[in-house]
Design a protein around this ligand. Structure first.
Ligand code: PLP
Length: 415
């Protein structure tokens, strides 16, 4: 593809889209994506990239999984969008039933929306109306989305400060600190919202027992536990949901990203029938025009089937363990550059000595034909978050490229 084609697209994006983002795209080499299949993205020059980013966890099934494409195509030619929420739709009901089957404990009643942040908004509203309380406790560096409620719950000041005042009633405690949580959750607390592993915070994996302790603190205070599984859910960490690792059941659970099978955007929150009751009593209290549209529901039904049939959670566990083991060896060889390696399943974080090194590694990997990116709330950490269908040869080639990139990063070390 000639350079004029690329610079024309970039100029138009700069003029009609976000000029700041256009600069970032330019720094990343002004790549034009053209075709995706499985774990591979091909650009306009025919260069192939192995995806170790998965759209921040959305492409767990890889790109254009044939079963998801077939389900969406079939739905497209019958009823892609429904006009009235007061009529039954078989695909929607199918999805609701599947969500209840795969979710832990007595979580049975879902509300369908279009994204992760919307799932969090709905969960927070439900917690407030169910308990009649206002206080929400979340964690420093947690990430729950960028709409106002989810932003208030998130724990990164830089994303919130320009938009103050935030919604009131949100408290933040350090992640992985049971004592701080215990001191903060009280009889005024509607809910604790927490990720089973902090994703954007830098892949912070809490020690075993942490989630159980949070569950107990909530129970002691009659507060609800909202588990944000938007990134960790649907097989990513080696379990269907991240909270399955400690076998705890939240009162409300949020999901999105991988739920759309990499083909459609969709989100959901699911609650116990008791907690869901206020929305059952008045179903118009919380609604969405496009939430639960049949096209997205068809994608989600197929995605859940594929995750189960292809044992993607188990694949994430075994491949994740193998990859983590190799990355730890790399860390042992270059401890000053690569300061930590951590994760569960195929949600892995590489922490570098500084942001400059992380940035350089991302660029070097891209040059070598790999997609990777830093974590939103912690730019020293690069995510290794491939589709769960990733193959061992892909992993092997990433490890080779990563070795070279880390070795070549010494010049970026602070003196
Ligand atoms: N919650 C968590 C844990 C996330 O990781 C994200 C996105 O990365 C969100 C919520 C927001 O999801 P979305 O970008 O679909 O709004």
């Amino acid at each position: 593809m000639d350079n004029a084609y690329v610079s024309n697209l970039l100029e138009k994006y700069k003029k009609y889209g976000n000029p700041g983002m256009a600069t970032v795209m330019q720094l990343m080499g002004a790549v034009v994506e053209k075709y995706t299949e499985g774990a591979i993205m091909t650009d306009s020059n025919g260069k192939q990239y192995i995806d170790f980013l998965s759209g921040h966890g959305a492409y767990s099934l890889g790109y254009r999984h044939p079963k998801v494409i077939a389900a969406v195509t079939q739905q497209l030619y019958s009823i892609p969008m429904s006009s009235s929420k007061s009529m039954l739709n078989e695909t929607v009901v199918k999805l609701l039933e599947k969500l209840a089957h795969i979710s832990p404990g007595k979580l049975t009643n879902s509300f369908l929306c279009n994204s992760g942040t919307e799932a969090v908004e709905g969960a927070l509203k439900l917690a407030r109306i169910y308990t009649g309380r206002k206080k929400i406790v979340s964690t420093i560096n947690g990430f729950h989305g960028k709409t106002f409620g989810a932003l208030a719950a998130s724990g990164k000041r830089a994303y919130k400060k320009p938009f103050k005042p935030m919604i009131r009633g949100f408290w933040h405690v350090p992640y992985d600190n049971i004592e701080a949580m215990d001191k903060t959750v009280d009889e005024f607390t509607a809910a604790v919202i927490i990720e089973p592993i902090q994703g954007e915070g830098g892949v912070i994996v809490p020690p075993d027992g942490y989630l159980k302790a949070i569950r107990e603190i909530c129970d002691k205070n009659d507060a609800l536990l909202i588990m944000d599984e938007v990134q960790t859910g649907l097989g990513r960490t080696g379990y269907m949901f991240g909270c399955n690792h400690e076998m705890i059941t939240p009162d409300i659970m949020c999901m999105a990203k991988a739920l759309g099978g990499g083909v459609m955007p969709i989100g959901a929150f699911i609650a116990t029938p008791e907690v869901f009751q206020p929305f059952a009593e008045n179903p118009t209290l919380h609604s969405s025009t496009f939430g639960g549209n049949p096209l997205a529901c068809a994608a989600a039904c197929a995605a859940i089937d594929v995750i189960i049939e292809e044992k993607l959670a188990l694949k994430a566990k075994t491949k994740g363990e193998a990859l983590l083991g190799c990355l730890k060896l790399l860390q042992a060889e270059f401890p000053q550059i690569l300061t930590d390696v951590r994760g569960r399943g195929l949600l892995i974080g590489l922490e570098f000595a500084n942001e400059g090194i992380a940035g350089n590694i991302i660029l070097e990997l891209e040059n070598q034909g790999f997609l990777a990116l830093y974590m939103l709330n912690n730019p020293k950490v690069i995510r290794i978050e491939p589709p769960l269908i990733i193959e061992y040869p892909h992993i092997k080639s990433l490890l080779g490229a990563l070795y070279d990139a880390v070795k070549n990063s010494e010049e970026f070390l602070d003196n």
